[in-house]
Design a protein around this ligand. Sequence first.
Ligand code: COA
Length: 338
Amino acid sequence: MSRAAVLCGLGGALPATAVTNDDLAAELDTSDRWIRTRTGIGVRHVVAPGEATSDLAVRAGQEALASALRAGGQDAAVDLVVLATSTPDRPCPATAPDVAHRLGLPGVPAFDVAAVCTGFVYALATASSMITAGVAQRALVIGADTFSTILDPDDRTTRVIFGDGAGAVVLRAGTADEPGALLGFDLGSDGSGADLITVRAGGSRQRSSTEPPGAGDHFFTMDGRPVFTRAVLDMSRSSQELLDRIGWKAGELDKVVAHQANIRILHAVGGQLGVDEDRIVANLDRVGNTVAASIPLALRDAVADGGLRPGHRVLLTGFGGGLTWGSAALVWPDLDPR
Ligand code: COA
């Protein structure tokens, strides 16, 4: 049986402060009713002043490593850390080495992957490929973002959607016939849509060191309607291409865990694939869109509430800035996250 990366640990972390729709309606021209009906979101969490992406990533990583230890009863030491984030602690260096250091993993290769809301799937594919190539034996893959730190406080379209958080999984070398084995990936990008989801200033094009950014250019912006359309199209197509490649039918899926962008997007993807709403995992009512943390946090909540069980056929699919998209498939293993 061929070598594969096998998922064997799962964890997550949310900042302490919860922001309800009513909290936002108290300062912006919006309402609980609008946010719930147009997005499906009820609450999101935001970091405290001084709290950074790495702080959440370390907590999620610790929880995933502890879960791997309980599941396997073996040494939890990993030899690779991949962190998906688009809100690193600072532009340079990457955040992953600091996270690895604080997790007590000295000398371990550690780097960031930036694919916005598709970041977790890209990072999973990267770590999985390094394990199947024999470069690594055991990897910690974290998705962590703190978009509250880059949102325009006056922009109601983004403030209502995004929340902060981190989710993590542990992968180990194993074989493709084991539960938890990552069975395939479909990844893609379209840079012609780079301006649809962007932070204009602060990089090498619009340099914040030489010229002050234009008003608001250091804030995150998103063109909601075309993003909505592309999210449905690209996640549906990517999912179907992966299913065709690994020989699964959409009707055989037990759970679809899509990037938690908007409940209407999730249901539209389900409709395109022919998957009923009760097989679409949704936790965005509790956490909002947590960007790279979205898929692992949805997995953790689905396990905790009993909806996702060992033996389930699971499809993961994400879409985000870049534009980027990606999907992965596995049979869910027996895990014990907290
Ligand atoms: N509260 C109240 N009204 C709002 C609002 C808010 N938070 N945000 C926008 N509106 C208003 C608009 O101004 C517009 O008013 P108008 O008709 O008077 O012009 C109206 O609501 C409809 O706006 P529209 O942009 O068409 O709404 P929508 O149904 O497309 O929902 C999003 C907006 C942002 C929720 C939606 O486009 C979306 O979810 N896009 C994808 C976002 C996403 O998933 N991004 C991450 C992908 S990785």
